[in-house]
Design a protein around this ligand. Structure first.
Ligand code: C2E
Ligand code: CA
Ligand code: CA
Ligand code: CA
Length: 275
């Protein structure tokens, strides 16, 4: 069975265009990426649809590999999760973004992605507490983005950890809603503050009646549960207009701002000039 699993993995890697040797090299390089300063956080604005104002950013990790150039997170995060490197990497992202956000004149939110491995690692809630204390960031400004898939590994444990984090005053968003093992009971049982609609639905909302129905249903669900909804992957004004008409609260996507180093958003993080 072990042999078979390995075979499947190799087939998968071949399909992904990743040779086994290359993958080992990436695993190795990832272990040193933090200490070598190769990781960088990009920020993407999250915008209130009714007023058009930026209310926060999502932190998106970038790996600037010395030879490979920028390695996309969809390639290296799954490897980091399998090898455990995601723990130091995830801690670095959390600390770096909280430190950065604490310097902004405007108290905008910062949303940080949390992997299943981090959520289930012992001491994760304590780590969040320590990082908030060390950086001085107001807990209400931090939002952790968690996918449903991250919960199901161990539901009672995930629930206990998220409750401890909520008790600190930190917000929790359900990420990629509708793509995983969507369970409505998870939405009810877990202390979420927001639902994020995956870009696969947003993208087709103006062209597919099915996608439009799904988005309307999630918005209705949010209203019923008292949870604001953010649509991710908004690329066109037609998509944004649909979302606005359906009273979706927030949007994120290339139309409103591509992920970039925080310096690109100085106009958003700076305070209002006093007259
Ligand atoms: P995600 O959490 O669903 O993040 C949204 C992804 O959509 C990002 O891809 C973002 O750059 C991209 N995106 C934003 N707006 C648009 C748009 O209008 N059109 C299109 N086509 N794409 C858009 P990215 O940055 O490549 O990240 C991919 C995934 O990697 C993320 O998906 C998240 O699951 C993971 N990831 C990124 N940073 C971190 C991190 O710090 N920790 C963990 N655990 N995962 C991360
Ligand atoms: Ca996310
Ligand atoms: Ca997504
Ligand atoms: Ca579209």
């Amino acid at each position: 069975a072990k042999q078979e699993g390995r075979g499947r993995l190799r087939f998968y890697e071949a399909r992904m265009g990743l040779q086994v040797r290359e993958r080992r090299q990436i695993e190795h390089d990832l272990r040193h990426a933090v200490e070598r300063g190769e990781l960088k956080v990009f920020y993407q604005p999250q915008t209130r649809i009714d007023s058009g104002e930026a209310v926060g950013f999502e932190a998106l990790l970038r790996w600037q590999h010395p030879e490979r150039g920028t390695v996309p997170p969809n390639l290296f995060i799954p490897i980091a999760e399998e090898t455990g490197s995601i723990l130091p990497i995830g801690e670095w992202v959390l600390r770096e973004t909280c430190r950065e956000a604490a310097t902004w004149e405007k108290p905008l939110r910062i949303a940080v992605n949390v992997s299943a491995v981090q959520l289930h690692a012992p001491g994760f809630a304590e780590l969040v507490h320590e990082v908030l204390f060390t950086t001085g960031l107001a807990p209400a400004r931090l939002e952790l983005e968690i996918t449903e898939t991250a919960l199901i590994r161990d539901l009672p444990r995930a629930l206990a950890t998220l409750r401890r984090i909520k008790a600190l005053g930190v917000r929790i968003a359900m990420d990629d809603f509708g793509t995983g093992y969507s369970s409505l009971s998870n939405l009810r049982a877990f202390p979420f503050d927001k639902i994020k609609i995956d870009s696969s639905f947003t993208r087709s909302v103006d062209t597919s009646e099915q996608a439009a129905t799904i988005v309307r249903t999630v918005l209705g669900l949010g209203r019923g549960l008292g949870l604001p909804v953010l649509a991710e992957g908004v690329e066109t004004s037609a998509e944004l207009a649909f979302l606005g008409a359906e009273a979706c609260h927030e949007a994120q996507g290339y139309l409103l701002g591509r992920p970039a180093p925080i310096g690109a958003f100085g106009h958003l993080t700076a305070g209002r000039l006093r007259a």
